[in-house]
Ligand binder design. Structure first.
Ligand code: CA
Ligand code: CA
Length: 504
């Protein structure tokens, strides 16, 4: 039986016209709807520009870690977005810090605590998608130069999903011999750049130019562009013009407290002293090199600031400036004699605190937040800010709510690890440290920004310790690899601990 079309006696032609009109209107509505929905989803996601700086502590103007720090470009960038003034690495060592950041996993979950092995050698990271791989999978043009991962992993990972433009000579030129501190490897040196007095011959300058060139081009899809600078990592070399900014006789040394280590456990002291390749504080003072090394670090920072500026200026002058999220960060901090220590590989503020600022279209400007965040949060944050699904394996969290409101409620303290069982937690006011032997430290940053007074044995702060201790890792992967400075220091400290326990 045919369906009767209810046109209630209207002329058949008229009803036919009516049906055609209805059909056309319906079709037009569907097309318009599809256009609107499709139009929205077709708006390209933002580009990502990632700028990494190697071994930069809080000696920037914006973080005020040293009164003479000269970083006008990094500071100007921070003012265009959100500066995270309480940001920390998850490992105070190059490779594991970068592995943690690029996979959003803690060292305690991957076994990557020290300089070796590589990401691919962690069984826990089998099949895990790193940041550039994820952005490639989202349809991005992926490009990088310099130090983002460690050593060959830059070529292996970026080369696989996009373009790796090269390392342009990494830390080079390397010292022919250790000029002022005669211990291998040949990295520890500082002073005027020995090869030339022209910035354009330095690897970092060339990396900046490479990134500038990439930013000057057009792309038919969004890009993920990363530039990783090598300074101020040792050798702390910069050309003469950067040294001229910091006359040697005007150098201000970091503020230190005599007897600062007296309230630490023997294990904590062993961990920063045994088998380290960096100079000792005693050697620096005896050789009269402390001021010179501080000068060289300041000069190296001022130089790398200019390289960051080249890239940021190129973005500003490019058609991409209104659709690019920029993240500038350092991989961990650096001691310059504080706590009688040089370099990284400690669980104190000097080693853990990093520069981190995020800026982009609609992401706010001139904002600062003291909420504790980590490099581990960068990957989930970028996915969130670019509108992609989160990865359930990520252990970091998106910090976009802090960009929306820098004072938003934020309960999680941020964790840093130096070898299995040695962890620290930092919240807005406190740093709590627990070592593998059970010894503890607690510092109140409201009154003690240099972490001089260990309050861990004071019963008044028992609750603060327990609250932070709840964030210690429950299960910790065994340490992978062997033979790096971190491995050696950790092992030697464990052996001394065993000796002490046997003697008691
Ligand atoms: Ca580093
Ligand atoms: Ca102390």
């Amino acid at each position: 039986m045919m369906m009767e079309f209810k046109d209630s006696g209207s002329h058949p032609r008229q009803s036919q016209r009516m049906r055609k009109w209805l059909a056309r209107t319906l079709a037009a509505t569907i097309i318009l709807g599809a256009f609107l929905i499709g139009g929205c989803s077709k708006k390209p996601p933002p580009n990502v520009l990632l700028i990494a700086i190697d071994d930069l502590n809080d000696w920037t103007g914006s973080l005020a870690g040293h009164p003479q720090a000269y970083t006008p470009r990094i500071d100007r960038f921070a003012a265009t977005g959100t500066l995270f003034t309480n940001a920390h690495c998850q490992s105070p060592v190059c490779m594991p810090s970068r592995a943690s950041m690029m996979t959003s996993r803690y060292p305690s979950s991957t076994g990557l605590y020290f300089l070796f092995p590589a990401i691919k050698d962690s069984p826990k990271l089998e099949g895990v998608v790193t940041m550039p791989e994820r952005f490639a999978a989202e349809g991005y043009e992926v490009m990088a130069a310099g130090k983002l991962f460690h050593n060959v992993e830059n070529q292996e990972i970026f080369g696989k999903v996009g373009e790796y433009g090269g390392n342009f000579g990494t830390f080079g030129p390397y010292p022919e011999k250790q000029m002022v501190y005669d211990k291998p490897p040949k990295l520890w040196d500082w002073g005027v750049y020995p090869k030339s007095n022209d910035d354009s011959e330095t690897p970092d300058y060339q990396i900046a130019q490479w990134a500038k060139n990439k930013l000057e081009q057009d792309y038919d899809k969004p890009f993920f562009l990363a530039a990783g600078f090598y300074r101020p990592h040792v050798p702390m070399y910069a050309t003469q013009q950067w040294f001229d900014k910091f006359p040697l006789d005007e150098i201000q040394l970091p503020v230190v407290k005599e007897g600062d280590l007296d309230d630490l456990s023997p294990y904590a002291i062993d961990l920063i002293n045994l088998k380290h390749i960096s100079p000792t504080q005693q050697w620096m003072v005896e050789q009269g090199e402390w001021e010179h090394a501080v000068q060289s670090y300041l000069a190296s920072i001022a130089f790398v600031d200019s390289c960051v500026g080249i890239v940021l200026d190129a973005l500003e002058d490019s058609p991409h400036k209104d659709n690019t999220i920029v993240v500038v960060y350092s991989d961990h901090g650096f001691h310059m004699g504080e706590k009688e220590h040089w370099a990284k590989r400690t669980l104190w503020e000097d080693s853990t605190r990093v520069f981190l600022a995020v800026a982009g279209p609609g992401l706010g400007s001139n904002q600062r937040t003291n909420k504790p965040v980590g490099l581990i949060d960068i990957f989930p944050s970028l996915l969130d800010l670019c509108g992609f699904n989160s990865d359930s394996g990520h252990e970091g969290v998106s910090i976009s709510s802090l960009i929306d409101n820098p004072n938003t409620k934020w309960d999680r303290p941020i964790r840093t690890t130096f070898g299995k069982g040695n962890n620290t937690l930092r919240d807005e006011n406190w740093r709590y440290i627990k070592y593998v032997d059970g010894s503890e430290e607690l510092y109140d940053h409201r009154e003690d920004p240099h972490e001089w007074n260990n309050l861990a044995s004071n019963p008044e702060f028992k609750d603060i310790k327990s609250r932070l201790a709840e964030w210690l890792p429950q299960d910790e992967e065994p340490i992978l690899g062997e033979g790096s400075t971190g491995h050696n220091a950790y092992q030697a400290s464990a052996e001394r601990l065993k000796e002490r326990m046997a003697a008691n």
